[in-house]
Design a protein around this ligand. Structure first.
Ligand SMILES: [Zn+2]
Length: 415
């Protein structure tokens, strides 16, 4: 998804790592902030050419995400200040056997790790899919296993062309009904490795969305989905079932609860970072003539302000600047919020699909087309976009994982 790079180098600061070795991070002056400022100035110069939504913040939120800045902040605030944060933090601290440190916003001990070795997974996928034709021929079966009708499975697969790419995976939609969507994933000369298969299943999820929403949305101009988060939601729905589709594992309760906590903690972190991003853009519009040095000071103080509001009560340490760390904030203006919005949509969709026939539901839901996110959610699952389902499931998951941890001392303690 995103890379955590570009540690805050503007101020001389120290990272204290586990064995208490202090590393000195030298300053790179204001290069980072000059870049951000350059982006802001370039974008702002185009403002006058827009009638409505004449600043970038409203263009991004009102036009692109179709969820206003206020609504986005309200959604994030709901999760960030929820009592569930403290419950999950306590559980993490117990699992780690120490007090939480600021970098534990990236705790990854809730990720379910497969019990099957990667060599064994490679062996299984290489045997099953020795070449491109083998994977292509199996695509309809993948859909049928997920509950799609034979007819729809055939229709979709007739409209998807597999390319054995040399790079990472990708799904390229077709803009016209007479053309096919492309599924790109890596297939080596000696067959498909697990990684290529895992990505292939994800990309195939996109192709399914692309094909249904091109061919079955009645109005061509409403084809597609509200924004990229919605197609990612279906791609993840597919990808998370990859081992089940291979017949090597079944969904289990433990992984389900772990996954809920993983999504929750990931949202807590990325929503904090997104809050900083949004506030920085508001500050830049209020101070259009700021220098890189002034911008740096503003970003650091906004990061502390967001930390003190949402993280300090949980981590018990004040004035941390870690939330300003993302390089993503520098090179992709106001993109960060798309991630947690995507996670919320994905979670609501997954919860809705639980126990239902995926094929029937996906067929119905992706025929809706490109209406607003809020309208799409109501038509798809009967509820608006909300953090509540994730919050409620988190409360249940905390209790369940506590019990699992207690009962089974061998359960992964996290590294
Ligand atoms: Zn994707």
């Amino acid at each position: 998804m995103m890379s955590i790079s570009g540690i805050l180098l503007q101020i001389r600061f120290f990272i204290i790592i586990f064995n208490n070795i202090e590393i000195n991070g030298p300053s790179e002056n204001n290069v980072r902030y000059q870049q951000l400022l350059n982006n802001f100035k370039a974008i702002k110069a185009s403002d006058e050419y827009y009638g409505k939504n004449s600043d970038y913040i409203s263009r991004k939120f009102n036009t692109e995400y179709e969820i206003s800045l206020q609504e986005t902040q309200r959604l994030f605030n709901e999760l960030l200040s929820s009592p569930q944060v403290k419950e999950v933090a306590k559980l993490i601290s117990q699992r780690l056997g120490r007090k939480l440190q600021p970098f534990d916003i990236w705790y990854d001990g809730f990720k379910s790790r497969s019990l099957i070795s990667s060599d064994e997974l490679d062996r299984i996928t290489k045997t099953k899919y020795p070449n491109k034709a083998a994977f292509t021929n199996d695509l309809p079966n993948i859909l049928i296993k997920m509950g799609f009708t034979k007819e729809l499975a055939k229709f979709i697969c007739d409209h998807v062309t597999l390319d054995a790419s040399v790079g990472a995976g990708h799904a390229w939609e077709s803009m016209m009904k007479s053309d096919n969507a492309r599924l790109r994933t890596r297939i080596e000369n000696d067959g498909m490795y697990y990684k290529g298969y895992n990505i292939g299943v994800h990309e195939f999820g996109h192709n399914v969305e692309q094909t249904i929403s091109l061919h079955y949305v009645p109005n061509y101009f409403l084809r597609g989905v509200p924004n990229t988060a919605f197609t990612e939601a279906l791609a993840f729905t597919f990808q998370s079932r990859d081992l089940e589709l291979l017949g090597v594992s079944n969904p289990d309760e433990y992984s389900k609860y772990m996954n809920t906590l993983d999504i929750f903690w990931g949202c807590y972190e990325i929503m904090g970072v997104s809050m900083v991003d949004m506030k920085v853009w508001q500050w830049m519009y209020q101070h259009p003539d700021a220098t890189a040095e002034q911008l740096k000071n503003a970003v650091i103080s906004i990061a502390k302000e967001v930390w003190n509001q949402y993280f300090e009560p949980v981590f018990n340490s004040k004035d941390q600047t870690i939330l300003a760390v993302y390089s993503h904030m520098i090179d992709a203006p106001l993109y960060l919020s798309a991630y947690p919005i995507g996670h919320l949509i994905d979670f609501q969709l997954e919860s809705y699909l639980e126990g239902k026939n995926i094929g029937t539901e996906v067929e119905r839901i992706f025929k809706i087309g490109r209406v607003t996110p809020s309208q799409w959610m109501k038509l798809a699952i009967g509820n608006d976009l909300s953090a509540l389902p994730l919050l409620n499931s988190t409360t249940v998951a905390v209790e369940k994982i506590k019990e699992f941890d207690k009962q089974n001392k061998k359960s992964p303690k996290n590294k």
